[in-house]
Design a binder for this molecule. Structure first.
Ligand code: ADP
Ligand code: ZN
Length: 623
């Protein structure tokens, strides 16, 4: 009998091991291609289901005596949980990294060399370790080196945002083991990075699988900052994400610390995470985020890659990210389980000014800065947009779509007003400052003059005598800020120097002449929002946690019991709760209330091993 004769059907593995009934999107094609020994490059958004694309081929090939799959992943801190999840599902997996004792490592090596291991997780630097290579050689000689899976493959590219030099060594895999198939996976989309990955990993022959980048369950919302953005954030969390797990991104370490403290004082279970914290503290906070139910992680972008917690219900931005790629990557960490989730951002004039300044002041070359400015502009256009956010996001990644019905602009179309005249008033005021002694001023003073507010500075410079004094008394300050923000976003006004004084760009001329119409969003101080509809939030505000699907009171009570049971099991096994069962699976159990093992096995997420290990206990908990 040849090996191919008894290749188990991938769908059978999907059901038996993972308890899922069907493949999603491109998964079936990818798995089929790799099981058959083809190389693949997989581009799929976060939450799209990349793991199964290599895990199922690994299992299938191991079952047909093809040996061990080596998974290269940059995230040592997460390997323990990834491996734990596989072992829970009955798949023999292990990791090799510096956290293991000599004895533990020796045990893993024995399991690997015997070919018993299905998957071995390793960091990229191990691939260049001569001892490890000798072990791979030996496996290869005995026909027991089955597959290489390269996770987070964008780390090989300098164009990407997470370049890791150790990844460059991975081209060696192809040179040394040309017969062993490879699958590389990433959630990063742009063309440049893609081409770079193919070249550097020598994947010229690989089939490329590109999935849609849409994340339909994520609702995008961008609100304007009022004078207390932290209060806006708190209201958002309290009103819509009571007791939910979430991530809040801030730009600086200081702001992370302050925001986390402040949220804690407001009764939110918040923890800080940034590169300035002790490694041990970071690890502890990450563990708590993964293991506890409703932690809000306040973090810089140092946090997030590889965090596969499925039930993150919101990602909030208190500061503007650098560009749309970063925004999409960061917001993508919400709602991996497919249940409703929020991507919420508050942004204002200062964000625009800050990001512009960071580019201006960076030591990079002019060409590079130009590219960065272009990317920032695209993000600003998204923030100021009055039409569907998702259409714009997907268009940025080259996908056409129609209005989504699940973003703020679709749900509550924003009112717009014609800001053309106001923009002209504002620009001419800057122009008058300049004429009147060449002095430049910042936003605060400009708006005071427009609104005719007498201040010391106004008196000092005699600005009451300007022709633009008080010509904008009809608009409140917030609205003037919105006009200015748009003018900066559109590049008609730029800011300079330490005091961020305002100056006119050449393009302002056309606006001054009335040749450019400016349609602006009407500022909404406290936008009225609908509640998340797909995943209703029955517990919101009541002190109870919420379920990812709609549950009646009885079912909700069962859900709570199941969660309590799961928490104990997770603790005993030293694993995050979602590794035992995800919330969606528990909620489905609570809704269906199965009375026998046969009924239980039909629930998505209940595979054979978990049924055997936990089935009776679950039936007992459900009573
Ligand atoms: P990615 O690595 O692409 O971000 P994951 O592999 O973590 O995504 O998968 C995201 C979530 O979707 C996980 O909770 C996973 O269990 C679930 N999932 C993946 N594929 C399927 C499927 N075919 N059926 C049901 N759930 C799936
Ligand atoms: Zn929309």
């Amino acid at each position: 009998m040849t090996r191919a004769d008894h290749l188990p059907a991938p769908t059978q593995i999907l059901q038996e091991v993972f308890g899922y009934s069907a493949f999603r999107g491109a998964q079936a094609d990818i798995v089929g291609h790799v099981v058959a020994g083809g190389d693949a490059l997989v581009l799929m958004p976060t939450g799209g289901g990349k793991s199964l694309c290599y895990q199922i081929p690994a299992i299938a090939r191991h079952r047909s005596q093809q040996g061990v799959t080596v998974v290269v992943s940059p995230l040592i801190a997460l390997m323990h949980d990834q491996v734990g999840a596989l072992e829970e599902a009955g798949v023999h997996a292990a990791f090799l990294n510096s956290s293991l004792s000599g004895e533990q490592a020796a045990h893993v090596e024995r399991e690997m060399m015997s070919g018993r291991l299905v998957m071995l997780y390793a960091a990229p630097e191990r691939i260049t370790n001569p001892r490890f290579l000798a072990q791979l050689d030996s496996l290869q000689e005995r026909g027991l080196l089955s597959l290489f899976a390269i996770d987070e493959a964008h780390c090989v590219s300098q164009w990407g945002h997470d370049f890791r030099s150790e990844y460059l060594a991975l081209s060696l895999l192809h040179e040394r083991y040309p017969e062993v198939p490879r699958i590389a996976l990433t959630a990063t989309a742009d063309d440049l990075t893609r081409a770079d990955i193919i070249e550097r990993l020598r994947l010229e022959e690989a089939r490329v699988f590109i999935s849609s980048f849409d994340r339909p369950n994520i609702r995008y919302t961008i609100v304007e900052k009022d004078s207390k953005p932290r209060d806006q954030l708190l209201r958002f969390i309290q009103d819509e994400h009571h007791e939910d797990a979430g991530v809040v991104y801030c730009q600086s370490r200081k702001k992370v610390d302050e925001t986390a403290d402040w949220l804690v004082s407001a009764g939110i279970k918040a923890l800080p995470y940034h590169a300035g914290l002790d490694a041990a503290v970071r690890q502890r906070h990450q563990d708590r985020f993964l293991r506890e139910d409703s932690i809000v992680m306040v973090a810089t972008i140092a946090f997030g890659m590889g965090i596969d917690k499925p039930d993150v219900r919101f990602v909030a931005h208190l500061d503007l990210p650098k560009n749309i790629e970063s925004y999409y990557q960061e917001t993508g960490r919400a709602g991996r389980d497919g249940a409703a989730a929020d991507a919420w951002m508050t942004y204002g004039l200062a964000d625009v000014v800050n990001q512009r300044r960071m580019i201006d002041e960076s030591p990079a070359g002019e060409e590079f800065k130009k590219g960065q400015r272009g990317k920032l502009d695209a993000l600003l256009a998204l923030a100021e947009a009055t039409d569907c956010r998702r259409v714009r996001l997907l268009a940025y990644f080259g996908e056409l779509s129609t209005a989504c019905g699940n973003c703020d602009n679709c749900l509550v179309p924003p009112a717009t007003w014609d800001g053309t005249d106001s923009a002209r008033k504002l620009l001419s005021c800057i122009y008058r400052f300049h004429q009147n002694g060449g002095q430049r001023f910042g936003a605060g003073h400009l708006i005071d003059v427009l609104r005719g507010k007498v201040t010391d500075k106004v008196t000092q410079y005699g600005h009451q005598s300007l022709s633009t004094w008080g010509i904008g008394a009809d608009l409140p300050e917030t609205q003037w800020r919105a006009v200015l923000r748009q003018l900066i976003a559109l590049g008609h006004v730029f800011t300079e120097g330490e005091y961020m004084t305002l100056a006119l760009a050449d393009s302002a001329r056309a606006v001054l002449k009335g040749e450019v119409q400016l349609l602006l969003r009407v500022p909404t101080a406290a936008p009225k929002r609908g509640r998340l509809t797909r995943g209703t939030k029955p517990g919101a505000g009541s002190g109870k946690s919420s379920a990812p699907i709609e549950l009646d009171d009885d079912a909700l009570a069962r859900f709570e019991l199941l969660k309590a049971w799961r928490a104990e099991v997770a603790k005993e096994h030293g694993l995050p709760a979602y590794v035992i069962f995800q919330n969606v699976t528990l909620a489905e159990m609570a809704r269906q209330n199965p009375q026998s093992l046969d009924e239980l096995v039909g629930i998505s997420g209940v595979g054979a091993k978990k049924l055997e290990a936990y089935g009776e206990e679950i039936l007992r908990v459900l009573g």
